[in-house]
Write a protein that binds this ligand. Structure first.
Ligand code: AMP
Length: 121
């Protein structure tokens, strides 16, 4: 899978364009979506160059996979929407063309802060 270094999230990771940062560590960066679809709409992306979830699952190291999954939980807690300190949320990854993925760097959307509603339209 060819990774395009010019995608917008790659530029955010390189600090070439700004983001509203929520959290970062060695494995992930999290920031608010620029066009929020729900009261809380955060994005969680791995630091590594992975096009989508299939690329990540096939090619990321165990450490990176653990880092991303644990990172989602850290961010949810930070936002007060985790099961530990809030009312829950929806984590969603669009994959490829039929999945409706627009930015070709793996990202999870975290929606919360209100009832998220129907799973798919
Ligand atoms: P997807 O359709 O799953 O690829 O989602 C891409 C998401 O990235 C959309 O929800 C956009 O609103 C969001 N997005 C695009 N550019 C930016 C940006 N510069 N900062 C934050 N979010 C962005």
């Amino acid at each position: 899978m060819n990774y395009n270094d010019n995608n917008i999230f790659a530029k955010i990771l390189r600090n070439e364009i700004p983001c509203q940062k929520i959290y970062e560590d060695d494995y992930i960066l999290s920031f608010y979506d620029i066009n929020p679809q729900k009261k809380i709409h955060a994005l969680v992306i791995p630091r590594g160059k992975y096009v989508n979830l299939d690329d990540f699952s096939s090619n990321a190291s165990a450490e990176e996979i653990i880092g991303l999954i644990k990172g989602i939980n850290i961010v949810a807690k930070k936002l007060g929407i985790s099961i530990h300190n809030g009312k829950g949320y929806r984590a969603l990854a669009n994959v490829g063309e039929d999945g409706g993925q627009e930015v070709p760097h793996l990202h999870f959307h975290l929606f919360g802060g209100e009832k998220i509603g129907k799973m798919v339209e």
